[in-house]
Ligand binder design. Structure first.
Ligand code: FEO
Length: 392
Protein backbone atom coordinates (compact mmCIF):
# COMPACT_ATOMS: atom_id res chain seq x y z
CA UNK A 1 0.00 0.00 0.00
CA UNK A 2 1.43 3.37 -0.98
CA UNK A 3 1.74 6.11 1.66
CA UNK A 4 -0.50 9.06 0.82
CA UNK A 5 1.17 12.40 0.15
CA UNK A 6 0.11 15.39 2.24
CA UNK A 7 2.82 17.65 0.79
CA UNK A 8 6.07 16.50 -0.83
CA UNK A 9 7.92 14.19 1.57
CA UNK A 10 5.22 14.34 4.20
CA UNK A 11 3.13 11.21 3.93
CA UNK A 12 0.06 9.79 5.61
CA UNK A 13 0.51 6.25 6.93
CA UNK A 14 -2.32 6.10 9.50
CA UNK A 15 -5.46 4.02 9.82
CA UNK A 16 -9.15 4.76 9.49
CA UNK A 17 -11.36 2.83 11.91
CA UNK A 18 -14.86 3.00 10.46
CA UNK A 19 -16.32 0.33 12.76
CA UNK A 20 -15.18 1.42 16.19
CA UNK A 21 -18.13 2.55 18.28
CA UNK A 22 -16.68 3.12 21.75
CA UNK A 23 -13.50 4.70 23.06
CA UNK A 24 -12.10 4.08 26.54
CA UNK A 25 -15.10 1.77 27.03
CA UNK A 26 -17.04 5.00 27.57
CA UNK A 27 -17.11 7.50 24.72
CA UNK A 28 -19.54 6.83 21.85
CA UNK A 29 -17.98 7.04 18.39
CA UNK A 30 -20.96 7.42 16.04
CA UNK A 31 -18.65 8.15 13.11
CA UNK A 32 -15.72 5.87 13.93
CA UNK A 33 -12.28 7.39 14.33
CA UNK A 34 -8.82 7.41 12.82
CA UNK A 35 -5.28 7.02 14.15
CA UNK A 36 -3.17 9.32 12.01
CA UNK A 37 0.50 8.64 11.59
CA UNK A 38 2.77 10.77 9.43
CA UNK A 39 6.08 10.03 7.77
CA UNK A 40 8.42 12.98 7.24
CA UNK A 41 11.32 12.38 4.87
CA UNK A 42 14.31 14.67 5.08
CA UNK A 43 17.39 14.44 2.89
CA UNK A 44 19.28 12.75 5.71
CA UNK A 45 16.82 11.34 8.19
CA UNK A 46 13.30 9.95 8.27
CA UNK A 47 10.86 10.50 11.12
CA UNK A 48 7.50 8.97 11.90
CA UNK A 49 5.12 11.13 13.91
CA UNK A 50 2.84 9.06 16.16
CA UNK A 51 1.77 5.51 15.43
CA UNK A 52 -1.61 3.78 15.40
CA UNK A 53 -3.88 1.79 17.70
CA UNK A 54 -2.32 -1.70 17.94
CA UNK A 55 -5.45 -3.29 16.45
CA UNK A 56 -4.66 -1.39 13.24
CA UNK A 57 -0.92 -2.05 13.13
CA UNK A 58 -1.41 -4.11 9.96
CA UNK A 59 -2.44 -0.90 8.14
CA UNK A 60 0.72 0.87 9.30
CA UNK A 61 2.74 -2.18 8.32
CA UNK A 62 1.23 -2.15 4.83
CA UNK A 63 1.99 1.55 4.36
CA UNK A 64 5.57 1.03 5.54
CA UNK A 65 6.20 -1.98 3.32
CA UNK A 66 8.75 -0.09 1.20
CA UNK A 67 10.10 2.07 4.01
CA UNK A 68 13.30 0.33 5.02
CA UNK A 69 14.61 2.89 7.50
CA UNK A 70 13.07 5.10 10.14
CA UNK A 71 15.49 7.12 12.25
CA UNK A 72 13.10 8.79 14.68
CA UNK A 73 9.71 7.83 16.07
CA UNK A 74 8.14 10.93 17.54
CA UNK A 75 5.66 10.23 20.28
CA UNK A 76 3.57 13.34 20.81
CA UNK A 77 1.33 11.52 23.28
CA UNK A 78 1.64 8.31 25.28
CA UNK A 79 -1.97 7.12 25.12
CA UNK A 80 -2.00 3.77 23.39
CA UNK A 81 -4.09 4.75 20.37
CA UNK A 82 -1.02 6.72 19.24
CA UNK A 83 1.89 5.04 20.95
CA UNK A 84 0.61 1.47 21.10
CA UNK A 85 2.35 0.38 17.89
CA UNK A 86 5.74 1.84 18.85
CA UNK A 87 6.93 -1.50 20.30
CA UNK A 88 6.16 -3.12 16.93
CA UNK A 89 7.94 -0.28 15.11
CA UNK A 90 11.00 -0.81 17.28
CA UNK A 91 11.17 -4.46 16.31
CA UNK A 92 10.93 -3.53 12.62
CA UNK A 93 13.31 -0.56 12.93
CA UNK A 94 15.56 -1.47 15.89
CA UNK A 95 17.92 1.43 15.19
CA UNK A 96 15.13 4.00 15.55
CA UNK A 97 15.15 6.41 18.47
CA UNK A 98 11.90 7.40 20.15
CA UNK A 99 11.65 11.13 20.77
CA UNK A 100 9.28 12.33 23.47
CA UNK A 101 8.83 15.01 26.10
CA UNK A 102 10.57 14.68 29.45
CA UNK A 103 7.32 13.71 31.14
CA UNK A 104 6.53 11.18 28.44
CA UNK A 105 9.69 9.12 28.74
CA UNK A 106 8.82 7.29 31.97
CA UNK A 107 5.20 7.01 30.83
CA UNK A 108 6.23 5.24 27.62
CA UNK A 109 8.23 2.82 29.72
CA UNK A 110 5.34 2.27 32.16
CA UNK A 111 2.52 1.95 29.64
CA UNK A 112 4.27 0.12 26.82
CA UNK A 113 7.33 -1.46 28.33
CA UNK A 114 9.64 0.45 25.98
CA UNK A 115 13.26 0.29 27.05
CA UNK A 116 14.16 3.81 28.31
CA UNK A 117 17.51 3.44 26.52
CA UNK A 118 15.60 3.69 23.23
CA UNK A 119 13.89 6.94 24.23
CA UNK A 120 15.51 10.35 23.93
CA UNK A 121 13.80 13.34 25.48
CA UNK A 122 13.44 16.55 23.56
CA UNK A 123 13.19 19.95 25.21
CA UNK A 124 10.39 22.43 24.68
CA UNK A 125 11.30 24.41 21.55
CA UNK A 126 14.08 22.03 20.50
CA UNK A 127 14.63 21.62 16.76
CA UNK A 128 15.57 18.52 14.79
CA UNK A 129 16.92 18.93 11.26
CA UNK A 130 16.14 15.93 9.06
CA UNK A 131 17.75 17.62 6.05
CA UNK A 132 15.46 20.24 4.54
CA UNK A 133 12.71 19.28 6.97
CA UNK A 134 13.06 20.84 10.39
CA UNK A 135 10.88 19.63 13.23
CA UNK A 136 10.27 21.82 16.24
CA UNK A 137 8.88 20.27 19.41
CA UNK A 138 6.40 22.38 21.32
CA UNK A 139 5.31 21.26 24.75
CA UNK A 140 1.52 21.48 24.92
CA UNK A 141 0.76 19.83 28.25
CA UNK A 142 -2.71 18.61 29.18
CA UNK A 143 -4.13 18.20 25.72
CA UNK A 144 -5.08 15.97 27.33
CA UNK A 145 -2.37 14.15 29.31
CA UNK A 146 0.45 15.87 31.18
CA UNK A 147 3.13 14.76 28.74
CA UNK A 148 1.60 15.87 25.46
CA UNK A 149 3.54 17.87 22.92
CA UNK A 150 2.97 19.02 19.36
CA UNK A 151 5.45 18.86 16.51
CA UNK A 152 5.79 21.70 14.01
CA UNK A 153 7.34 21.18 10.60
CA UNK A 154 8.90 24.54 9.85
CA UNK A 155 9.46 24.41 6.09
CA UNK A 156 5.91 23.20 5.33
CA UNK A 157 4.31 25.02 8.29
CA UNK A 158 2.41 21.92 9.42
CA UNK A 159 1.39 21.51 13.05
CA UNK A 160 1.13 17.87 14.11
CA UNK A 161 -1.04 18.33 17.16
CA UNK A 162 -2.00 14.74 18.07
CA UNK A 163 -5.26 14.74 20.08
CA UNK A 164 -5.40 18.53 20.16
CA UNK A 165 -7.71 19.80 17.36
CA UNK A 166 -8.63 16.19 16.65
CA UNK A 167 -12.02 14.65 15.97
CA UNK A 168 -13.33 11.13 16.05
CA UNK A 169 -14.20 10.71 12.40
CA UNK A 170 -13.26 8.02 9.91
CA UNK A 171 -13.25 9.02 6.26
CA UNK A 172 -11.15 8.27 3.21
CA UNK A 173 -10.62 11.97 2.41
CA UNK A 174 -7.65 13.03 4.53
CA UNK A 175 -8.67 16.69 4.54
CA UNK A 176 -11.57 18.60 6.03
CA UNK A 177 -14.17 18.98 3.31
CA UNK A 178 -16.94 20.62 5.35
CA UNK A 179 -15.82 23.11 7.98
CA UNK A 180 -19.22 23.29 9.70
CA UNK A 181 -19.54 19.48 9.87
CA UNK A 182 -16.08 19.02 11.29
CA UNK A 183 -16.68 21.75 13.86
CA UNK A 184 -19.39 19.60 15.46
CA UNK A 185 -17.09 16.56 15.46
CA UNK A 186 -14.23 18.59 16.90
CA UNK A 187 -16.50 20.05 19.56
CA UNK A 188 -17.64 16.58 20.61
CA UNK A 189 -13.99 15.57 20.88
CA UNK A 190 -13.05 18.70 22.83
CA UNK A 191 -16.01 18.15 25.17
CA UNK A 192 -15.19 14.54 25.90
CA UNK A 193 -11.51 14.83 26.74
CA UNK A 194 -10.19 18.39 26.57
CA UNK A 195 -12.77 20.38 28.53
CA UNK A 196 -11.38 19.63 32.03
CA UNK A 197 -8.16 21.40 30.99
CA UNK A 198 -9.59 24.48 29.30
CA UNK A 199 -7.52 26.95 31.35
CA UNK A 200 -4.29 25.24 30.33
CA UNK A 201 -5.52 24.90 26.77
CA UNK A 202 -5.88 28.68 26.66
CA UNK A 203 -2.20 28.96 27.58
CA UNK A 204 -1.31 26.47 24.85
CA UNK A 205 -3.35 28.48 22.34
CA UNK A 206 -1.37 31.57 23.31
CA UNK A 207 1.82 29.59 22.88
CA UNK A 208 1.06 28.86 19.21
CA UNK A 209 -0.61 32.17 18.37
CA UNK A 210 2.39 33.53 16.45
CA UNK A 211 3.12 30.25 14.72
CA UNK A 212 2.48 30.41 11.00
CA UNK A 213 0.38 27.31 10.37
CA UNK A 214 -0.60 26.19 6.89
CA UNK A 215 -1.99 22.79 7.84
CA UNK A 216 -3.05 21.38 11.17
CA UNK A 217 -2.62 17.63 11.12
CA UNK A 218 -4.08 16.01 14.23
CA UNK A 219 -3.82 12.32 15.02
CA UNK A 220 -7.60 11.78 14.91
CA UNK A 221 -9.82 12.97 12.10
CA UNK A 222 -9.07 15.01 9.00
CA UNK A 223 -6.37 17.61 8.36
CA UNK A 224 -7.29 21.30 8.38
CA UNK A 225 -6.39 23.45 5.38
CA UNK A 226 -7.93 26.31 7.32
CA UNK A 227 -6.27 25.86 10.73
CA UNK A 228 -7.72 29.05 12.15
CA UNK A 229 -11.25 27.61 11.98
CA UNK A 230 -10.53 25.02 14.64
CA UNK A 231 -8.16 27.27 16.60
CA UNK A 232 -10.85 29.96 16.85
CA UNK A 233 -13.42 27.32 17.82
CA UNK A 234 -11.12 26.22 20.66
CA UNK A 235 -10.89 29.86 21.77
CA UNK A 236 -14.70 30.06 21.90
CA UNK A 237 -15.10 26.77 23.78
CA UNK A 238 -12.45 27.61 26.36
CA UNK A 239 -13.72 31.15 26.91
CA UNK A 240 -15.11 31.79 30.40
CA UNK A 241 -18.39 33.28 29.24
CA UNK A 242 -21.15 30.66 29.00
CA UNK A 243 -24.18 30.71 26.73
CA UNK A 244 -27.80 31.32 27.68
CA UNK A 245 -28.41 27.58 28.00
CA UNK A 246 -29.65 25.15 30.62
CA UNK A 247 -28.51 21.54 30.31
CA UNK A 248 -30.89 19.12 31.96
CA UNK A 249 -29.95 15.44 32.35
CA UNK A 250 -33.08 13.63 33.49
CA UNK A 251 -34.88 10.33 33.86
CA UNK A 252 -38.40 9.57 34.99
CA UNK A 253 -39.58 6.27 36.44
CA UNK A 254 -43.32 6.84 36.85
CA UNK A 255 -43.83 10.27 35.30
CA UNK A 256 -43.39 12.67 38.24
CA UNK A 257 -39.94 13.91 37.30
CA UNK A 258 -41.01 14.08 33.64
CA UNK A 259 -43.83 16.48 34.59
CA UNK A 260 -41.31 18.68 36.39
CA UNK A 261 -38.87 18.60 33.48
CA UNK A 262 -41.59 19.59 31.04
CA UNK A 263 -42.86 22.34 33.30
CA UNK A 264 -39.39 23.78 33.88
CA UNK A 265 -38.54 23.60 30.19
CA UNK A 266 -41.67 25.58 29.29
CA UNK A 267 -41.08 28.09 32.08
CA UNK A 268 -37.49 28.68 30.96
CA UNK A 269 -38.37 29.00 27.29
CA UNK A 270 -41.02 31.59 28.25
CA UNK A 271 -38.19 33.49 29.92
CA UNK A 272 -36.03 33.24 26.77
CA UNK A 273 -33.62 30.65 28.17
CA UNK A 274 -32.61 27.80 25.86
CA UNK A 275 -33.02 24.31 27.35
CA UNK A 276 -31.20 21.13 26.31
CA UNK A 277 -32.86 18.17 28.05
CA UNK A 278 -31.18 14.75 27.91
CA UNK A 279 -33.14 11.65 28.84
CA UNK A 280 -30.30 9.69 30.39
CA UNK A 281 -32.06 6.37 29.76
CA UNK A 282 -31.11 6.73 26.09
CA UNK A 283 -28.87 9.80 25.76
CA UNK A 284 -25.60 9.84 23.84
CA UNK A 285 -23.23 11.06 26.53
CA UNK A 286 -21.08 12.67 23.85
CA UNK A 287 -23.97 15.00 23.05
CA UNK A 288 -24.45 15.71 26.74
CA UNK A 289 -20.75 16.56 26.97
CA UNK A 290 -21.06 18.90 23.96
CA UNK A 291 -23.98 20.69 25.60
CA UNK A 292 -21.94 21.15 28.76
CA UNK A 293 -19.24 23.05 26.83
CA UNK A 294 -21.30 26.25 26.72
CA UNK A 295 -24.14 25.94 29.25
CA UNK A 296 -24.50 28.52 32.00
CA UNK A 297 -26.70 26.29 34.16
CA UNK A 298 -27.04 22.58 34.88
CA UNK A 299 -30.35 21.31 36.21
CA UNK A 300 -30.24 17.71 37.41
CA UNK A 301 -33.73 16.18 37.22
CA UNK A 302 -33.76 12.92 39.11
CA UNK A 303 -36.16 10.43 40.61
CA UNK A 304 -35.22 8.51 43.74
CA UNK A 305 -34.35 4.81 43.49
CA UNK A 306 -34.81 3.37 46.98
CA UNK A 307 -33.07 6.19 48.87
CA UNK A 308 -30.57 7.45 46.29
CA UNK A 309 -30.46 9.09 42.87
CA UNK A 310 -31.40 7.17 39.76
CA UNK A 311 -28.08 5.68 38.55
CA UNK A 312 -28.52 6.88 34.95
CA UNK A 313 -28.87 10.51 36.04
CA UNK A 314 -26.16 10.10 38.66
CA UNK A 315 -23.88 8.89 35.88
CA UNK A 316 -24.51 12.21 34.10
CA UNK A 317 -23.62 14.10 37.29
CA UNK A 318 -20.39 12.14 37.68
CA UNK A 319 -19.55 12.85 34.04
CA UNK A 320 -20.25 16.58 34.42
CA UNK A 321 -18.11 16.67 37.54
CA UNK A 322 -15.26 14.97 35.69
CA UNK A 323 -15.50 17.31 32.68
CA UNK A 324 -15.43 20.51 34.79
CA UNK A 325 -17.56 22.61 32.47
CA UNK A 326 -17.75 26.40 32.75
CA UNK A 327 -21.34 26.36 34.11
CA UNK A 328 -22.00 28.96 36.80
CA UNK A 329 -25.24 27.66 38.33
CA UNK A 330 -26.82 24.32 39.20
CA UNK A 331 -30.08 23.09 40.63
CA UNK A 332 -31.64 19.76 41.47
CA UNK A 333 -35.25 18.89 40.84
CA UNK A 334 -36.98 15.53 41.09
CA UNK A 335 -39.17 13.26 43.11
CA UNK A 336 -39.19 10.53 45.70
CA UNK A 337 -41.57 7.85 46.95
CA UNK A 338 -41.27 7.85 50.71
CA UNK A 339 -37.88 9.24 51.76
CA UNK A 340 -34.37 9.59 50.51
CA UNK A 341 -31.02 11.30 50.30
CA UNK A 342 -31.07 11.91 46.58
CA UNK A 343 -30.28 15.64 46.79
CA UNK A 344 -27.41 15.26 49.24
CA UNK A 345 -25.88 12.41 47.25
CA UNK A 346 -25.98 14.45 44.03
CA UNK A 347 -24.55 17.55 45.72
CA UNK A 348 -21.73 15.45 47.14
CA UNK A 349 -20.87 14.11 43.68
CA UNK A 350 -20.06 17.43 42.06
CA UNK A 351 -17.22 19.05 44.01
CA UNK A 352 -15.42 20.07 40.80
CA UNK A 353 -18.30 22.17 39.55
CA UNK A 354 -17.68 25.78 40.51
CA UNK A 355 -21.37 26.57 40.58
CA UNK A 356 -23.77 28.51 42.71
CA UNK A 357 -26.40 26.03 43.84
CA UNK A 358 -29.92 27.32 43.29
CA UNK A 359 -32.90 26.10 45.34
CA UNK A 360 -33.88 22.46 44.82
CA UNK A 361 -37.46 21.46 44.05
CA UNK A 362 -38.30 17.95 45.21
CA UNK A 363 -41.81 16.49 45.00
CA UNK A 364 -43.20 13.61 47.00
CA UNK A 365 -44.85 11.46 44.36
CA UNK A 366 -46.76 13.48 41.78
CA UNK A 367 -45.79 17.17 41.77
CA UNK A 368 -48.49 19.29 43.40
CA UNK A 369 -49.45 22.83 42.34
CA UNK A 370 -47.09 24.19 45.01
CA UNK A 371 -44.20 22.16 43.52
CA UNK A 372 -44.95 23.57 40.09
CA UNK A 373 -45.01 27.08 41.55
CA UNK A 374 -41.57 26.35 42.98
CA UNK A 375 -40.45 25.23 39.51
CA UNK A 376 -41.72 28.54 38.09
CA UNK A 377 -39.77 30.37 40.79
CA UNK A 378 -36.64 28.39 39.93
CA UNK A 379 -37.06 29.31 36.25
CA UNK A 380 -37.30 32.95 37.32
CA UNK A 381 -34.10 32.70 39.35
CA UNK A 382 -32.23 31.02 36.48
CA UNK A 383 -33.39 33.65 33.98
CA UNK A 384 -32.39 36.45 36.40
CA UNK A 385 -28.93 34.90 36.89
CA UNK A 386 -28.46 34.62 33.14
CA UNK A 387 -29.54 38.23 32.73
CA UNK A 388 -26.99 39.34 35.36
CA UNK A 389 -24.30 37.71 33.23
CA UNK A 390 -25.53 39.55 30.17
CA UNK A 391 -26.63 36.33 28.46
CA UNK A 392 -30.24 37.39 27.83
FE1 FEO B 1 -6.07 9.86 21.00
FE2 FEO B 1 -5.38 10.71 24.17
O1 FEO B 1 -5.38 9.61 22.69
Amino acid sequence: MKPREIVPDVLYVGAQDFDRRLFDGLIPLPDGTSYNSYLVRGRNKIALIDSVEPAKVHVLEAYLEDVHRIDYIISNHTEQDHSGSIPWLLTRYPQAIVLASETAKPMLADHLGIDPAQIRTVADGERLDLGGKTLRFIYTPWVHWPETMSTYLEEDRILFSCDWFGSHLAQTDLFVDCVDCIKAEAKRYYAEIMMPFRKIILKNLDKIKDLEIRLTAPSHGPIYRDPQSVIQAYRDWTDDKPHNTVVMPWVSMHGSTAIMVEHLTTALVERRVEVLPFNMATADIGQLAMALVDAATIVVACPTVHVGPHPAVFNGVVLANALRPKARFAAIIGSYGWAGKMVDTIKGAMPNLRVELLPSVIAKGLPKPSDLQDIDALAGVIAAKHKELGLI
